[in-house]
Ligand binder design. Structure first.
Ligand code: SAH
Ligand code: SF4
Length: 384
């Protein structure tokens, strides 16, 4: 594993890994080089996974030497890697602050989704989230965020059965809109033809509702959006998602509409994530308030049965309660999926492996009951 990770060490050098396409052009301009050099280097780094300038053979020898002196391509350090029997892969990555974050790869028939982190810890303290319980530690740099994708692609290509990342979701640790600039730079790389070339539908930013940042997001990207809703009334959401006290549902829904309107594509929908907590937000009255709130929003709803972790205050609902909740929303005309648990044996649920690495006695996910698959016209079980 370690041999695939970059070897450059000098902190004084500019790390080209996280430079957005525009910033890469600016960098080459600043050293008196033409724009096409930025395109070449972007392709070497992101499409071929090269981290040493000496291997970038279509650059002149003098430029390669110059880059070696002033720049580097340095991904973050991988502390741990594990592949689950169902093909799910998990990386624990050590970022500059010394904190550990994670990235998870979930293979499915026709795609492979990488779940990336944007922050070490999170300040927003949602009551059911293990990342929130850690508090905020640091923002990831754009090299650390895109570095997760760079590492994953490189590593997946070396597996016995090589795989590829086709989709990226910002559903790992942290709140992406609290690390706006670095997240936007990394998304631009994910979606740029000279880098990863993922389409706007295949990169999804998930937010708990940082309204001012969501309002400005449309000026920077047209990626897909997921909103972590978890409640249909302010009274309940204030308890579960404290940022709601600052930016209540009326403001959040207006910001979602603003973003969706900016996409100028009537077929795009926002994903609504709803973590189901037994007896707290999984009753018929809760489904009713969600349906009322979302009635004019083009959306699909993804129900996430609560992933228990040591010290958590909540329970995962029964399968009956989960399917009852799904049915009541389907009956109101919504498209509703249930997130399937994957990679249990490596604690692939977001935010959970870091905890179990720090305390190896925790085997919190292994025995969780798996949801039975259920497919109806408007309801199915999916992973992301
Ligand atoms: N901060 C962002 C993205 C990371 S969290 C956000 O909140 O959207 C990704 C998703 O996992 C969110 O919908 C979050 O609410 C959900 N989640 C967090 N902890 C969970 C848990 N223990 N069980 C189930 N879902 C959880
Ligand atoms: Fe932060 Fe998202 Fe966890 Fe809330 S759910 S504490 S916003 S990572």
């Amino acid at each position: 594993m370690h041999n695939i990770i970059a070897t450059c060490k000098n902190q004084e050098k500019t790390n080209l890994l996280g430079l957005s396409p525009t910033k890469m052009i600016d960098f080459f301009a600043s050293i008196g080089e033409k724009q096409f050099r930025a395109s070449q280097v972007l392709q070497w780094i992101h499409q071929r996974g090269i981290d040493c300038f000496s291997e970038m053979t279509n650059l002149s020898k003098s430029l390669r030497d110059k880059l070696t002196t002033i720049a580097m391509v340095q991904p973050p350090k991988v502390s741990y890697f594990k592949e689950s029997t169902d093909g799910t892969c998990k990386w624990i990555i050590q970022v500059t602050s010394g904190s550990l974050v994670e990235a998870v790869y979930i293979p499915e028939n026709d795609r492979g989704t990488l779940c990336v982190s944007s922050q070490a810890g999170c300040a927003l303290d949602c009551s059911f989230c293990s990342t929130g319980k850690q508090g905020f530690n640091s923002n990831l740099s754009s090299s650390e965020i895109i570095g997760s994708l760079w590492i994953a692609n490189k590593h997946l290509a070396q597996l016995k059965q090589p795989k590829k990342v086709t989709n990226v979701v910002f559903m790992g640790m942290g709140e992406p809109l609290m690390n706006f600039d670095n997240v936007v730079d990394s998304m631009q790389l994910m979606m740029h033809d000279l880098a990863y070339g993922l389409s706007k539908r295949k990169v999804t930013l998930s937010t708990s509702g940082v309204v001012p940042a969501l309002l400005k997001l449309a000026d920077y990207t047209n990626a897909s959006l997921a909103i972590s809703l978890h409640a249909g009334t302010d009274e309940l959401r204030n308890q579960l998602v404290p940022i709601n006290r600052k930016y209540p549902l009326k403001q959040l829904i207006a910001a979602v509409k603003h973003y969706m309107d900016s996409l100028s594509d009537s077929k795009r929908v926002v994903t609504i994530e709803y973590t189901l907590l037994a007896g707290i937000n999984d009753l018929p009255e809760h489904a009713k308030s969600v349906a009322k709130l979302l009635k004019n929003i083009p959306c699909k709803i993804n129900l996430i049965p609560f992933n228990q972790f040591p010290g958590s205050d909540y329970q995962r609902p029964s399968n009956n309660a989960i399917h009852r909740f799904q049915r009541s929303l389907v009956e109101q005309g919504f498209y509703v999926t249930i997130r399937k648990t994957r990679g249990d044996e490596i604690n692939a649920a977001c935010g959970q492996l870091v905890g179990s690495i720090e305390d190896k006695t925790k085997r919190n996910q292994r025995h969780l009951q798996k949801l039975a698959s259920k497919t109806t016209k408007n309801a199915e079980t999916i992973t992301f």
